[in-house]
Design a protein around this ligand. Structure first.
Ligand code: NI
Ligand code: MN
Length: 227
């Protein structure tokens, strides 16, 4: 399984049977490593409705005929724009040909709307727990630290993708606490350095995690990790 960081919270996860695009935000993303128009995928997964997680979801879903897996209300919003969707809610999972996707808790908001128009709350923010080919990957979405991460960690995580940007999500100090609860084989930081308000030093975060016994592998946009 190959995990490629595309910038901000967007990843491409290539499993044996499908290409999964997580939180596609490329157009207007200063850290994006590629253009939305150049990506192909079989499924799209969205953690919540904020623009910096769904920006290119509908366009790619329609072009690739890729279903969008997300919370139910966000799914209805996408379906009204002509996308195929699979609606879930936290705690629920669905089996797909490539494996299983379960939505987890996340402590954050979820809203979306027309550009420049009114924003509407669309379901709750979630994390994405993906089982495929014997591997388990957890994309935390945008979230605060919460103690129930210990339950998510019981799935036995091969990789955890964790926000470290602070202001809108956990910052590095809470992400270190999250690592203690999740205990993944490797963690990849996300949701930082896209804009000045979420500037962080991923190398310092990795060094502090190493002192606590955790492996953190910061990826530059465009870089990949074999799991
Ligand atoms: Ni958000
Ligand atoms: Mn965000």
């Amino acid at each position: 399984m190959r995990l490629t960081y595309l910038g901000h919270s967007c990843f491409l996860l290539e499993t044996a049977r499908a290409r999964l695009l997580l939180d596609p935000f490329l157009t207007g993303n200063p850290s994006a490593s590629c253009r939305a128009e150049d990506l192909t995928c079989d499924y799209i997964l969205c953690s919540h409705g904020h623009d910096d997680h769904i920006g290119d979801a509908v366009a790619i879903a329609r072009r690739c005929q890729a279903p969008i897996i997300c919370n139910y209300e966000l799914g209805e919003f996408f379906a009204a724009q002509g996308a195929k969707t699979e609606g879930l809610n936290p705690g629920g999972g669905v089996d797909f040909p490539f494996g299983r996707v379960k939505l987890t808790l996340a402590h954050h908001s979820s809203s979306a709307g027309e550009p420049g128009g009114k924003n509407t709350c669309l379901g709750v923010a979630a994390g994405l727990l993906i089982h495929s080919g014997g591997k388990v990957v957890y994309h935390a979405g945008d979230t605060a630290l919460f103690l129930d991460m210990a339950l998510i960690g019981r799935a036995g995580l091969d990789a955890a993708l964790l926000p470290i940007g602070d202001r809108f999500t956990m910052g590095p100090a809470d992400a270190l606490e999250a690592l203690d609860l999740l205990r993944p084989k490797v963690a990849v930081p996300m949701h930082y350095n896209t804009w000045p308000p979420i500037a962080q030093d991923p190398r310092r975060f990795a060094a502090e995690a190493a002192e606590r016994g955790h492996r953190v592998a910061p990826l530059a946009p465009g870089a990949s990790l074999e799991l």
